[in-house]
Design a protein around this ligand. Structure first.
Ligand code: MN
Length: 137
């Protein structure tokens, strides 16, 4: 048994991966041959990932706020607390906060020596992001 106390500093999401301010807290990092990596990710309003893929797929579980996500070629979807999204292996996509709300999600990835957590692409442009449907009040 290994207890990790709440002692790990929150990390700022790197500018090459995100637009806007994003903060990452590590939740799980299993030693090999375990594969799970989990992070709690907080997005400030308007912040979002760049386009990216996950070689082994990704589950995100929204815990707070209102978010958006989109797979390449699909509509932008609004996601809310309790919603779970699975991104298929190598499915190009992005996720982030709504323009006017924070959003937090748990992000669950599997990683091994041959499969990084993510492969990062270009930023989601303001025009792409602006195609989001209005948030229902
Ligand atoms: Mn993702």
């Amino acid at each position: 048994m290994e207890i990790t106390r709440s002692s790990i500093d929150t990390a700022k999401g790197p500018d090459s991966w995100f637009t806007g301010d994003v903060y990452i807290d590590p939740v799980a990092a299993a030693p090999a041959p375990g594969r799970v990596q989990a992070n709690l990710v907080h997005f400030t309003p308007g912040a979002r990932t760049a386009w990216h893929t996950h070689p082994l797929g990704q589950t995100v579980y929204v815990t707070e706020g209102i978010g958006l996500c989109q797979k390449r070629g699909g509509p932008i979807e609004v996601i809310r607390p309790g919603d779970r999204v699975f991104f298929e292996p190598d499915e190009d996509h992005w996720h982030g906060a709504a323009p006017n709300r924070f959003m937090a999600h748990l992000a669950l990835n599997e990683v091994d020596d041959d499969h990084p957590a993510a492969n990062w692409g270009e930023k989601v442009t303001d025009d792409e992001y602006a195609a989001a449907p209005p948030i229902e009040r």
